[in-house]
Design a protein around this ligand. Structure first.
Ligand code: HGY
Ligand code: MN
Ligand code: MN
Length: 409
């Protein structure tokens, strides 16, 4: 008889953690390294210790818990993140952390010994909402982001990531460097429509799209909205508006499931009677094909140059973050697929359109992901939801795959 997770215990943990940073509409605002994030971390560390895990915190505030194996081999690690976007949902990230904890709790209930140690991880600032770029904690651990660059990331109030990490008491002593890991498994919500549309409960994730983030600052001439004739204006917001429309056209020009998003737009001085002198905006480009992202960045360069010239504004365009198309480990993907089948989950293989810590972990160890459906395909919103039946099937798939990779009795 296969081990089964304790659904009620998992549901209770989800509810308890979800109350930390809960929004009035029932969503979640638990931005990285805020006091809410600290409270969530404290609760998770308390639960990890109660599950008998040896807890370690590294210099990026990544939290690790380890359950001993029969042999001192590299661990099988399960994890995700506990930070959210503003007015986000209660499933993105925290579900994967809690399913990892529930898998370990279930191994304990069954007194199951494993050849490899079994570990869990909670990565810092996966969302890239407060500090950019995203996935900073796993990015430093994978050697893809320099520790000092991560520490010097600043939020909108100018607060440094390194200082905030210290302020909440999670600047740990462990080095944040690659280490031997037998396999890394991450359960996550799909954040897209495929599983729900096809009435499936588990996604066997084969990889993640390539991602590019750019920051664009447009500088025009701030002036009075009344006496300044139209012929004299150099309006940063008009240029920005043309660029937003132009970014929307890039996927049509490139095709191949490319997506493009301007998610952030800050206008200065942002008052009714001044012509905007400065606009800061983000551009997020993603595609399954690496070359499509590269071409899209080229189209963006052209668009910005032509639009800025037409409006007579200056610009600084920084393509500051690029994550390559990620292919997960074939053995891990097969193990997850067999586990899904053996737990009786209705499943299929698919690609992730969202970035995850698994994207960086794949650079340092055999990695795979398990998806569970998102209602209406929605995420990064307070309406985010996944039915408990699907969560249970996903969590049992995670438990079985991790147990097999760890050499459980
Ligand atoms: O941006 C992403 O895809 C992830 O939610 N950080
Ligand atoms: Mn996530
Ligand atoms: Mn997210």
């Amino acid at each position: 008889m296969q081990m089964q997770i304790n659904r009620k215990r998992l549901e209770e943990s989800m509810a308890a953690l979800g109350r930390i940073g809960e929004t009035p509409a029932g969503g979640l605002s638990r931005l990285a390294l805020t006091d809410e994030d600290r409270r969530g971390r404290d609760l998770l560390v308390e639960w990890m210790r109660a599950a008998g895990l040896t807890v370690a915190i590294d210099r990026m505030g990544n939290i690790f818990g380890e359950r001993p194996g029969r042999e001192g081999l590299p661990p099988v690690m399960m994890g995700s993140h506990a930070d959210s976007v503003p007015t986000g949902g209660k499933y993105d990230g925290q579900l994967g952390v809690l399913c990892a904890l529930e898998a370990i709790r279930t191994l304990n209930d069954n007194k199951t010994a494993t050849r490899h140690p079994v570990a869990m991880a909670i990565f810092t600032n996966e969302e890239g909402a407060r500090f950019q770029p995203a996935m900073i904690g796993s990015g430093v651990m994978a050697g893809q982001i320099a520790l000092e660059d991560a520490y010097n990331a600043r939020d909108r109030d100018g607060l440094r990531l390194g200082d905030e990490l210290e302020r909440i008491g999670y600047l740990g002593p462990e080095l944040c460097i690659p280490r031997p890991i037998r396999a890394y498994l991450e359960l996550h919500i799909e954040q897209g429509p495929i599983l729900e549309e096809q009435h499936l409960s588990v996604g066997v994730v084969e990889g993640i799209v390539a991602i590019s983030w750019s920051k664009l600052v447009l500088t025009g001439v701030q002036d009075h909205a009344g006496p300044t004739p139209m012929r004299m204006r150099k309006d940063a917001l008009v240029a920005a508006a043309d660029i937003v429309r132009g970014v929307r056209e890039i996927p049509r020009k490139i095709g191949g499931d490319m997506v493009a998003t301007v998610g952030r737009l800050d206008v200065a001085p942002n008052i009714p009677n001044a012509i905007p002198g400065k606009v800061t905006m983000s551009v997020d480009l993603r595609a399954p094909d690496e070359h499509h992202v590269t071409r899209a960045v080229g189209l963006l360069d052209r668009l910005v140059k032509d639009t800025a010239r037409a409006e007579g504004v200056r610009y600084e365009l920084d393509h500051y973050w690029r994550v390559p198309r990620t292919h997960f480990d074939l053995e891990v993907v097969d193990t997850i697929e067999r586990a899904a089948k053996d737990t009786g989950a209705r499943h299929r293989r698919l690609l992730s359109g969202a970035g995850h810590d698994a994207q960086y972990m794949a650079a340092i160890c055999p990695t795979g992901m398990i998806f569970v459906p998102s209602r209406g395909g929605r995420s990064h919103c307070e309406e985010e939801f996944t039915p408990m039946n699907d969560i249970e099937e996903g969590a049992n798939t995670l438990l079985l795959a991790a147990s097999r990779l760890a050499g459980a009795d």
